[in-house]
Write a protein that binds this ligand. Sequence first.
Ligand code: ZN
Length: 241
Amino acid sequence: PPVEGPADASRPLVVIDAGHGGHDPGASGEGTLREKNVTLALALALRDALLADGRVRVALTRDSDRFLVLEERAGIARQLKADLFVSIHADAAETPDAHGATVYTLSDRGSDAAADQVAQRENRADDVNGVALGGKSEAVASILVDLSRREMRERSQRLSDLVVREGQGPVTFHANPQRQAAFVVLKSLDLPSVLVEAGYISSPDDARRLIDPAWRKEFAARVAQAVEIFLARQEAAGIAP
Ligand code: ZN
């Protein structure tokens, strides 16, 4: 996919991943409301917000209604040597009264049973194409890989902290807004990464926000702000880019 933004290759690169697409619609809301369309609209809004600030480069895993297996999404980030990965989703709620946004980071074990269920549903995206990558074991288990992974998880957690902090106000968060689970799309990434469930497509309140372009713009501005603060802090701490 094309890299947009400043031509300066030393600027950080953010890869935005719109969940689902093509013959995988993701979760369903009322009527014709499908997660794959919501995630694409949010991803495009986030891209626009980041490009408007002009400090970072941006690439999208998809900018149209197209199917990608989970490993391809991570593969794009690795191939482009991205500095940050944000996957956007809007799952159906696990309980009827659940509402609000949740920021997920990678963990081998879920922070709770509901988080595990979300990961299981999101990981199922690959099954529709007959690919089963979810159970694939890690090939390498050296101490160095382990340390790097731990550091990435800590950095991802800090990114998650910032998204929740900056989002307060326009973004309504779930009562338990920061959780961990084994998301395949995040698994092979050696860079800070989060999976944002922007809201529950099955919740009428959340769905009203998710389909509102003005809300999406506000959501995107807040997430972009969190991303920029995160990258500025990394730069100040002397961490590449
Ligand atoms: Zn999803």
